[in-house]
Design a protein around this ligand. Structure first.
Ligand code: FMN
Length: 364
């Protein structure tokens, strides 16, 4: 019997060859939002990982929406041309049928930050910092400048930037677009009562806090051609009393589904840097499970999933439809191929590498 992890899955009109996903991973290496040789090499490697879907890192809809000076963007023609070059190259080497997605987002009040390996702090004078925007003028941490709360015109301009960016993603040729609604970034900052204290139609009740999300999703869905499915990643809990929790996550997933989103990835955290996150193997899987069962939308599990057996059990037990790994693919860019070998499936090595196929198989 074919392992559940290795069976195809349809997200809207796109068929994924298996349930294995390379999670979006910032590389912090772009030049004013433009992909370069690093992204070329990185995506080429992920293209040959055996994953059915490779999702390109969080990509900002406007310049000030980048997390760091090194984050990808899709706010200029140069950005678009550079990313097209990288995607075209990756497609040429990927096993036939491999699908590529891109995560589109806006860093909100978490923008203007140093790269992780340069400290991850809010950029200081002398490090070319920039003003940030968010749902409310509440800084991420007391040592950072307060973001500007977006007014109605700012919200409209930001939604227009989302639309322009996804139009660029469609022109580049991505198969899937994923909205970044998680980890404390702009959309998440509207959703969470910890970061949204607005008194207008975008704050207060759940319905109001979800208004920006609904407007972004609806505008983006309308702008995308029907052939491109829209997914979303959410933070299913803020790990903080008074913040978003699993019940809200189900409600958010219902909103997303109603607006045409075809899968929801259950990640967590990011709005409150002081939150105690009980990170442990598979710790976020229950959120993906609830989203799938209670909101009736396809779900993707992520977070400290490391072995093929774990990933297989998640899909086989109906806890999620897709399984994403991030660090697992950095540590082993052949993770998908190894999983196929371990689970007794077909190993889709490029013909140039076929003579190594036996070495991917587990010892007998
Ligand atoms: C280097 C790195 C970059 C990341 N960048 C992003 C990103 O661009 N967007 C996102 O939603 N999550 C990002 N994440 C989070 C991962 O997608 C993933 O959810 C998290 O690492 C947990 O999965 P793992 O245990 O398999 O690494 C990043 C993680 C890593 C390690």
């Amino acid at each position: 019997m074919t392992a559940a992890l290795l069976t195809p899955f349809d997200i809207g009109p796109v068929t994924l060859q298996n349930r294995i996903v390379v999670a979006p991973m910032c590389q912090y290496s772009a030049d004013d939002g433009s992909a370069n040789d690093w992204h070329h090499q990185h995506l080429m490697m992920m293209a040959m990982s055996g994953a059915g879907l490779v999702v390109v890192e969080a990509t900002a809809v406007e310049r000030r929406g980048r997390i760091t000076h090194g984050c990808l963007g899709l706010y200029s023609d140069d950005n678009e041309a550079a990313l097209k070059r990288v995607l075209d190259a990756a497609r040429r080497v990927a096993p036939p049928g491999t699908k590529f997605g891109i995560q589109i987002g806006h860093a909100g009040r978490k923008a203007s930050t140093a790269r992780p390996w340069e400290g991850g702090h809010g950029l200081k004078p002398g490090e070319d910092p920039w003003p940030t925007v968010a749902a409310s003028a509440l800084p991420l941490t007391p040592d950072r400048p307060a973001p500007e709360a977006l007014d109605a015109a700012g919200i409209a301009r930001t939604i227009a930037a989302f639309v322009q960016a996804v139009e660029r993603a469609a022109r580049i040729g991505f198969d899937v677009v994923e909205l970044h609604c998680a980890h404390g970034y702009l959309i998440n900052s509207f959703l969470s009562p910890l970061s949204n204290v607005r008194e207008d139609g975008y704050g207060g009740s759940f319905e109001n806090r979800a208004r920006f999300l609904r407007e972004v999703v609806s505008a983006v869905r309308a702008a995308l051609p029907a052939r491109i499915p829209l997914g979303a990643r959410i933070s299913a809990t803020d790990w903080t009393p008074g913040g978003i929790d699993g019940d809200d996550a189900v409600e958010i997933a219902r909103v997303l589904k109603a607006e045409g989103v075809v899968y929801v990835c259950g990640s967590t955290g990011g709005i409150n840097p002081a939150a105690k996150v009980p990170a442990a193997p598979l710790f976020q899987v229950p959120f993906a499970e609830r989203i799938r069962r209670e909101a009736g939308v396809a779900s993707r599990a992520v977070g400290m999933i490391t072995t093929p057996a774990e990933a297989e059990a998640i899909v086989a037990d109906g806890r999620a439809d897709l399984v994403a790994l991030a660090r697992g693919f950095l540590a082993d860019p052949r993770w998908g191929l190894r999983a196929a070998a371990a689970l007794g499936g077909e190993i889709r090595l490029p013909p140039q590498y076929l003579r190594a196929a036996r070495l991917l198989s587990p010892p007998h």
